[in-house]
Design a protein around this ligand. Structure first.
Ligand code: ACO
Length: 703
């Protein structure tokens, strides 16, 4: 879709308010008043069939009576009147429609919502909402909402799914000192969605950072694509992570996936920085909107107090940028600006004796030093120093350093004088916070952004899908038998069609066949029950390993059948799988779910007790790149087990990453068929020796 409608909504020259009311306190009155008070420079046209003038403006009986063109309309009539108004707007050629009115899909009125979108689109118009507070823009002096005033002016733009939150945050921008250019309420996202707005804000010269409050996407994939395209940092606060359909899962992967994990994965692979709460959203947005990314891990901290230095050091460790000692030349230089009992290592502790000059000299030198990738400057208010002068020294040092490509955050701990100094710093482009850990958390957001952005640029190659038809044959056969679960043998056949290295497995329908197959595969072998009614084969006593000879095959055959019958008397038994006994390797699990928001999504983790007890797993929305696959291996807590610990040889990480990529291709290619799947365990061998998928499970979507 083109941007005409979004341009009309966010940068209108002429705007109508349909449902403009003459009664103070009503939404239709408040919107007109808001537009006037914000100083909107374009034309404002109130529309109301009963009125003639409002707040000094001429009122039109119908939008069709307005003489010139109208870019956007704010609609504040009751829901039942909205279709008629949309129709008139369409006839008038209004491209951008902001529907404030509630009473649509949020209360189950889906048909009316679909109807107004269809109507609007038939005229080439688009709807923001319905059920919105409206939009605000400092750069256009536009308050097309029932929020009281424009936010503190700044360079971030907020997209929010909660209208109430927009109103609350609007006022808080002043108390929290975080400036925004635009605040956009998106309501039910019936037409214009978050991805459309991310794309638009990416091109907006007045926006440097896109800030999101999300409760849930209707479809997460366009958002991933839009975020990957964006050249600007995006920060998201995702609310409502607790209720997600993980409960009824039939696979390991299904039971381990939850909204928080899948959204977290989607954000990670699209380069979106996360906020933990509203305060954190503000703090990180301030830094992301004012500062460049932090392109390395070398963080230098300068302080006049040991305590705040320690707090900042702890925070650096916690937020993923642990401190290193400053290089010797840095130490030698900063020693010149501190007493003997100061510390030059990192944090650089100038001591409580530090005044404007020591701050100025140390900040200027350290900020410009090539080793430092980012700087956090801390100050505790003392009786000997003036916080405003310290702030000015820091700003002067930054300006004179000539550096513009690295971030610096500041924390002043003190009273009103420190607070005023921090306001001054923020007004002058340096994010300042009332606690050292917040200043570190904010700069860590810039580090996270830089790290993620580097990986987001990786190209994703979709693997070989030439065996799609063969896979569908296996799936359709199972469906024809009324099954929605593939047997292990079938699942392995599907895996193998997508290049996954499965252990060779054949089905024996009789004891004699079992012996013949075991001889063919070579002893030792594994024998497993094959029944569509027994998912958890070990629990049923349906698995025997390390079968070393012919006699053992006979013995195991009888035992497996007896155990399975005892476990589930009416289980349909297809036979017994005779399987190559793979040598020992590190056990991992791979799996997939079909997430309701993001579609096919992968899981990787260490197998066995690690997955059962510690749930040490990580997720990605398919498809994944090779780099993302390797990062999945790195980001689980048990990662060192794969890299080789205590003298053990490193495992074949690249073969494992290849397997992740093949798996991702498979679940994407069979997205309409596979509901959940597991490869568990997958054995990972020493470097160069590959991996083997030992067990496989595919649960089909119900059709
Ligand atoms: N064209 C133009 N104006 C019309 C038309 C028409 N065809 N028909 C009626 N009007 C006028 C009415 O005469 C009235 O003006 P008046 O007050 O001068 O008489 C005005 O439009 C509004 O109509 P009302 O029937 O008075 O409706 P009211 O103002 O009570 O409610 C509203 C309309 C505000 C849209 C309401 O239906 C609604 O949806 N409220 C909730 C909105 C909301 O909260 N949205 C954000 C959700 S996010 C959050 O939680 C904060």
């Amino acid at each position: 879709m083109d941007n005409v409608a979004i341009n009309a909504i966010l940068r209108p020259k002429t705007i109508a308010v349909v449902g403009a009311s003459t009664i103070p306190g009503k939404i239709g009155y408040t919107v007109v008043k808001g537009l006037l008070e914000a100083g909107f420079r374009g034309e404002i046209y109130p529309v109301n069939p009963q009125a003639t003038d409002l707040l000094g403006l001429k009122v039109y009986a119908s939008i069709l009576d307005i003489p010139g063109p109208v870019d956007a309309a704010v609609i504040t009539v009751p829901a039942k009147l909205v279709p008629q108004v949309i129709d008139e707007c369409g006839k008038k050629g209004v491209k951008g429609l902001m529907v404030i009115t509630s009473g649509f899909s949020e209360v189950g009125n889906h048909d009316l919502e679909d109807q107004i979108v269809r109507q609007a689109n038939s005229y080439g118009s688009r709807i923001l909402g319905p059920n919105i507070v409206g939009v605000l823009s400092n750069s256009d002096k536009l308050n097309a909402s029932f929020a009281p005033f424009l936010p503190l002016s700044g360079r971030a733009s907020l997209i929010t799914q909660s209208g109430a939150l927009l109103i609350a945050l609007d006022a808080a921008t002043y108390t929290r000192r975080v400036g925004f250019d635009k605040l956009i309420s998106i309501g039910n996202t019936a037409d214009i969605d978050i991805a459309d707005l991310v794309d638009w804000l990416n091109e907006d010269e007045n926006t440097t950072c896109i800030c999101l409050y999300i409760e849930g996407f209707k479809n997460g994939r366009p958002f991933i694509e839009a975020s990957r395209r964006t050249k600007k940092p995006i920060i998201a606060l995702k609310a409502g992570v607790s209720a997600h359909g993980a409960a009824a899962a039939a696979s390991h992967t299904g039971s381990l996936a939850g909204a928080a994990k899948v959204y977290g994965a989607a954000f990670q692979q699209s380069g979106v920085v996360e906020a933990t709460d509203l305060g954190n959203l503000f703090d990180r947005t301030l830094a992301l909107s004012l500062l460049p990314p932090m392109n390395g891990d070398n963080l230098l901290i300068i302080t006049n107090g040991g305590g705040v230095g320690v707090l900042a050091t702890d925070a650096a460790e916690k937020y993923g940028i642990p401190l290193k000692f400053a290089p010797l030349d840095v130490q030698a230089e900063v020693k010149k600006h501190m007493p003997d009992f100061g510390s030059a290592k990192n944090p650089v502790d100038l001591t409580g004796m530090a005044g404007n000059e020591w701050y100025f000299d140390s900040v200027k030198y350290c900020y410009a030093h090539a080793w430092a990738d980012g700087l956090v400057v801390l100050y505790c208010e003392t009786a000997m120093t003036n916080p405003m002068e310290i702030a000015q020294s820091i700003k002067k040092a930054v300006d004179e350093s000539g550096i513009t490509d690295k971030p610096i955050t500041v924390s002043f701990v003190g009273g009103e004088r420190s607070n005023a100094a921090m306001s001054w710093l923020v007004e002058n482009g340096i994010p300042a916070y009332p606690a050292p850990d917040i200043a570190v958390n904010a700069i860590a957001a810039l580090r996270e952004y830089a790290r993620m952005k580097a990986t987001v640029a990786e190209s994703i190659v979709i693997g070989d899908t030439s065996n799609h038809a063969a896979a569908m044959e296996i799936i359709n056969r199972a469906r024809a038998e009324g099954r929605d679960t593939l047997t292990e043998i079938e699942a392995k056949q599907v895996f193998a069609l997508y290049g996954l290295p499965v252990t060779s497995t054949s089905l024996a329908k009789t004891e004699d066949e079992a012996v013949a197959l075991a001889k063919k595969i070579g002893f030792p072998v594994v024998m497993k029950i094959v029944s569509p009614d027994i998912l958890h084969k070990s629990d049923a006593g349906g698995v025997k390993v390390n079968i070393k000879d012919e006699n053992a095959v006979h013995e195991a055959y009888g035992a497996i059948l007896a155990n399975s019958k005892a476990y589930k008397a009416d289980a349909r038994i297809h036979g017994i799988a005779i399987q190559e006994m793979a040598p020992w390797g590190t056990e991992v699990i791979l799996g997939s779910i079909n997430d309701p928001t993001f579609g096919p999504t992968m899981m990787f983790g260490l197998g066995g007790i690690f997955v059962e007890v510690l749930k040490d797993v990580t997720f990605r929305v398919a498809p994944v790149s090779n780099g993302q696959a390797l990062r999945m291996l790195d980001e689980i807590r048990g990662a060192p087990i794969l890299s080789g610990i205590r003298g053990e040889a490193p495992r074949d990480r690249q073969a494992m990453a290849d397997t992740v990529c093949h798996y991702s291709t498979m679940i994407l290619d069979l997205a309409s068929e596979i509901s959940e799947s597991d490869a568990n365990p997958v054995l990972v061998y020493e470097e160069g020796k590959g991996v083997k998928v030992v067990d496989a499970r595919i649960i089909l979507k119900k059709k």
